[in-house]
Design a protein around this ligand. Structure first.
Ligand code: FAD
Ligand code: SIN
Length: 538
């Protein structure tokens, strides 16, 4: 396969890019599993943007959105990236509306704006509580209609192919990717001069997460193996309110998010005694930025020995939840919980990867022709902690910026040399796996150890222990990977272990507490660490 643009991933970032890029050349979008298996499709609260009308009538402005983002980011945001991305808020909303997204409106036809933790103003556009699903469906419909776009579901990118990997002595640049066709088990070569990594995050590294099964850090691990610079992986954001449902069967039931927007509309976090304990940690209480709220919950759970805390909406008028948050209301009911009658049991869970493949504000990575967009990338927007609802915005903005850069500089791009030979995958001496217990055991072990040793509250000791165990696991997984024909499960396990190691490596280096990286051994900020944590495979 050869195309002008190879897009890996079908969330907001990948599809926004593909749709716009179709005007300039052939686009192949590959995605593992089905199109709707993405964090994008699960997004609830909405997308942040300072609309012109809100500026005129509500006194909001980009400066305030920038200030809130910088405040949440705890000193590590790159101001240029923050400004660049936030300034394109109006353009993003126009773009999504053009694709067919219908954001909720008030009676006077203006957009209905929600509020979430850390935002000083109402500026979250939403489609009830299924904003992501509406965006994903609109993008998929639009992309499917374009002749220049080929979408291949059940195509799993295994590794990036670069000139350095092929041993070609020219400047390191991307050549394409090895891709597993999940239906046939065959591995094919996809060639392209421009490869867009849009593979999302890595929530599945942790035992408890709000993310779908597809979030296994694949793009991050691939970019790292290809030699790209990776930054700030210690900053994994934990969402404060994942439904606590211990008897649930299936990933979706265990990972069900109760949107922060519920607190934006008056929901309050309480303990079993009905005390609003978050106020003891921050005057903003339940609507403080996520790192503060998640740590307050962790503290409360450890102090009281309770299994969970509660999100109380019982004081809201009857019918409010059903009208404003129908998906949450109905899903909770299907789990046997009536949130109008009883406070919702919730716990924090891994939610968002703030670090990622290092890029500039044109989405360029350190490898020529390789761009990273969306959650897989680290642009500098989020710093040490992402402000709620800034990621859908970033995904769309960075997709458009990447394309603008590529188009503007097309004539300067070096093409793949014609005489280049890419070795076929079949050359490997591998046999079908006879025992898959190693895969399932190691999956569970990684996710449990990351939860126990590398989650909301860390210590030097726990991190060192995690690093030691991960080194052994990596060796086992590597032997298994090289000895056997590949399957999606083996590939995800390989990526999970690599991503976990990167998180731990970065966390060990940061001997301070900042944003969502909190360690009992270094509980204060230390400005000696006021820079990104960068790692690269040599
Ligand atoms: P994704 O949407 O995750 O898409 C990644 C794609 O890459 C998927 O299609 C996946 O299958 C594919 N892929 C991965 N690996 C491979 C591979 N090896 N080969 C081929 N394909 C691959 N953010 C907000 O701004 N507002 C919200 O309200 C909000 N709510 C959220 C609620 C939940 C429950 C979750 C989990 C996240 C939420 N977020 C929200 C975060 C936001 O949804 C994500 O950060 C954003 O959607 C990421 O978009 P993306 O395109 O980068 O990645
Ligand atoms: C939510 O709806 O609470 C998630 C918002 C986000 O992660 O940005």
């Amino acid at each position: 396969m050869q195309s002008d643009f190879l897009v890996i991933g079908s969330g907001i970032a990948g599809l926004s890019f593909a749709i716009h890029a179709a005007k300039y050349g052939s686009v192949t979008v590959i995605t593992k599993g089905k199109m709707l298996e993405s964090n994008t499709a699960w997004a609830q609260g909405g997308i942040s943007a300072v609309l012109d009308k809100a500026k005129r009538e509500m006194g909001d402005n980009e400066e305030a959105h920038i200030a809130d983002t910088l405040d949440a980011g705890a000193g590590l945001c790159k101001e240029h990236a923050v400004k660049t991305i936030i300034d394109e808020g109006n353009a993003t909303i126009d773009d999504l509306v053009n694709f067919g997204v219908e954001f909720d409106r008030n009676d006077d036809d203006s957009y209905s704006l929600g509020k979430e933790g850390g935002h000083s103003q109402r500026r979250i556009l939403h489609c009830k509580d299924t904003t992501g699903l509406e965006i994903a469906k609109a993008l998929i419909e639009t992309a499917k209609k374009l002749d220049n776009v080929t979408i291949l579901e059940e195509h799993f990118a295994i590794d990036l192919i670069t000139t350095a990997k092929l041993g070609i002595a020219i400047e390191d640049r991307i050549v394409g990717a090895y891709v597993l066709d999940e239906a046939t088990g065959k591995v094919n070569i996809f060639k392209s001069n421009q490869v867009l990594l849009a593979t999302g995050g890595c929530g599945k590294v942790y035992l408890y997460t709000t993310n779908p099964d597809s979030s296994t850090g694949d793009g991050l691990a691939m970019a790292w193996r290809a030699g790209a610079t990776i930054s700030n992986m210690e900053f994994v954001q934990f969402h404060p309110t994942c439904f606590y449902n211990p008897s649930a069967q299936g990933a979706e039931a265990r990972s069900f998010l109760v949107s922060e927007a519920v607190r934006g509309e008056g929901g309050i976090l309480i303990n079993a005694q009905g005390v609003e304990f978050t106020k003891q940690h921050d005057p903003r209480g339940s609507l403080a930025p996520r790192d503060i709220v998640a740590r307050a919950i962790d503290h409360e759970i450890k102090k009281t020995g309770a299994a969970c805390i509660y999100l109380d909406v019982t004081h809201k008028p009857k019918g409010f939840m059903k009208e404003r948050f129908p998906h949450i209301y109905e899903t909770l009911l299907s789990f046997g919980h009536d949130c109008e009658k009883d406070p919702i049991p919730v716990v924090p869970a891994a939610h968002y990867q703030c670090g990622g493949v290092t890029t500039d504000t044109d989405a360029r990575t350190t490898i020529q022709g390789l761009y990273a967009i969306g959650e897989v990338a680290c642009t500098g927007l989020h710093g040490a902690n992402r402000l709620a609802s800034n990621s859908l915005l970033e995904g769309n903005v960075m997709a458009r910026r990447a394309l603008r850069y590529i188009v503007k500089n097309l004539k300067h791009h070096k093409s793949i040399p014609n005489d280049i030979t890419i070795p076929s995958w079949e050359g490997r001496d591998a046999t079908p796996p006879d025992e898959l217990v190693l895969v399932s055991h190691n999956w569970d072990e990684i996710r449990r150890l990351m939860w126990d040793y590398v989650s909301i509250v860390r210590t030097d000791n726990r991190l060192q222990r995690a690093a030691r165990r991960l080194r052994n696991l990596r060796k086992e997984v590597r032997e298994f990977y090289w000895g056997h024909t590949v399957t999606s499960d083996i590939l995800e396990l390989r990526n999970l272990v690599a991503t976990s190691m990167l998180i731990v490596d970065c966390a060990i280096r940061r001997k301070e507490s900042r944003g969502i990286h909190y360690t009992l051994d270094h509980p204060e900020k230390n400005d000696q660490y006021l820079s990104d944590t960068e790692v690269r495979k040599f």
